[in-house]
Ligand binder design. Structure first.
Ligand SMILES: [Zn+2]
Length: 157
């Protein structure tokens, strides 16, 4: 049976089967494990989050990527961490279910960055908020197109 996480990306207990690798976040000492196909988005986002929102490599290791597991509290529904398409940043500062963990004035920038990189922010979940959490919101073909577009923009700078 082919496993799929809630955003439609292939999930597996075998990280190699879905191309999960470790990636260094530029400008930080942090490495995140995520699917290679969407790594430029998750890693590019994290680098900008580090610069514009809050540092991601201070204190203990509290930033997470790939992990094969259900959505917390929802047995049988695979979390997007299971496909290496979701990350949690500064988890203890932004605990699951808590709202307002970021300063109000930073929230528009968080949303703008998430949009730029094709992500959904867990702080915008309709039900239980998850402010540490960011996940790929696009299918693989659209992710590839967005990566190509962002690369072009970067070349233009
Ligand atoms: Zn998460």
């Amino acid at each position: 049976m082919k496993l799929i996480s809630s955003n439609g990306w292939p999930a597996s207990k075998d990280r190699e089967a879905i191309g999960v690798k470790s990636f260094q976040v530029p400008g930080t000492t942090l490495k995140l494990q995520c699917a290679e196909a969407c790594a430029p988005l998750l890693i590019g986002f994290t680098a900008e989050f580090h610069k514009l929102i809050e540092p991601v490599d201070e204190g203990k290791l509290d930033d997470w990527g790939y992990a094969f597991r259900d959505i917390r509290g929802m047995t049988g529904k695979l979390s997007n961490h299971s496909s290496g398409t979701a990350i949690d940043l500064n988890a203890p500062k932004h605990p699951l279910g808590k709202v307002g963990t970021f300063p109000n004035e930073k929230v528009p920038m968080i949303r703008a960055l998430a949009k730029k990189y094709g992500l959904i922010w867990g702080g915008d979940y309709r039900n239980r908020k998850d402010e540490m959490h960011f996940e790929i919101a696009l299918p693989p073909a659209k992710v590839a197109a967005l990566i190509a577009k962002l690369e072009k923009q970067n070349e233009g700078i």
